[in-house]
Design a binder for this molecule. Structure first.
Ligand SMILES: CC(C)(COP(=O)(O)OP(=O)(O)OC[C@H]1O[C@@H](n2cnc3c(N)ncnc32)[C@H](O)[C@@H]1OP(=O)(O)O)[C@@H](O)C(=O)NCCC(=O)NCCS
Length: 177
């Protein structure tokens, strides 16, 4: 199991650590992300087998956000190739904690984590209808290198299959030392 615990900001306000089973319901943030329950459970298992790195950020000991790194060889190797490039996704900061720098801090934490393990490029996808996220990614140095019509599906908390189709920007950032 990947065991990461590091204090990331200078005031030691926002610890970031590996997800734990007890976090999973809290990560649904009430009804807001409930539909992703099964995906979160699967990612939790993937984290335990080191296929992914699933991290949560805490504010005053409460789960305030999450981010996942997929560092396997993916079908789309421009996102993650298991060696040089790794893919950051599922970044969420819960509403009361937004605009304080927590999203930025989680991204920077992941970049350091990857840099220390020899990765050279971090990638991230951004729905075209999410300008706030795009602005944040560009601000921390990501650049659009392609666009795609991402089609994916998942079973929600009621085991209903949901099909998604989202035009996205795909961004990358070189992890210089
Ligand atoms: C996108 C998201 C993750 C951003 O998280 P966040 O914690 O609010 O991000 P940050 O605080 O690091 O940066 C966002 C803004 O806060 C500002 N900010 C950063 N540090 C700050 C600080 N110390 N004090 C005040 N504001 C600050 C940034 O300048 C930025 O401002 P801007 O929106 O005017 O550019 C969050 O809005 C979210 O969870 N959205 C829903 C899910 C989502 O869209 N995820 C992305 C999928 S692609």
């Amino acid at each position: 199991m990947i065991n990461i615990f590091q204090i990331i900001d200078q005031e030691k306000k926002w610890p970031i650590r590996s997800v734990q089973k007890k976090d999973l319901r809290k990560l649904e943030y009430g009804l807001m992300y409930r539909r992703y329950r099964k995906l979160m459970e699967l990612s939790f298992l993937d984290h335990q087998y080191e296929k992914k790195v699933y991290l949560v950020a805490l504010v005053k000991n409460k789960v305030a956000g999450q981010i996942i790194i997929d560092w396997r060889i993916l079908k789309d190797e421009t996102k993650s190739d298991g060696k040089i490039r790794a893919y950051l996704y599922s970044l969420r900061v819960y509403p009361p904690y937004r605009s304080k720098g927590l999203g930025t801090a989680m991204i920077l934490f992941c970049e350091n984590f990857l840099r220390e393990r020899g990765f050279k490029i971090a990638t991230i996808a951004c729905e075209k209808k999410n300008p706030r996220a795009l602005k944040l990614y560009e601000k921390v140095g990501y650049k659009i290198f392609k666009e795609e019509e991402s089609a994916w599906e998942f079973y929600d908390h009621n085991s209903i299959l949901r099909k998604m189709k989202e035009p996205e920007w795909i961004l990358e950032k070189e992890l210089t030392t």
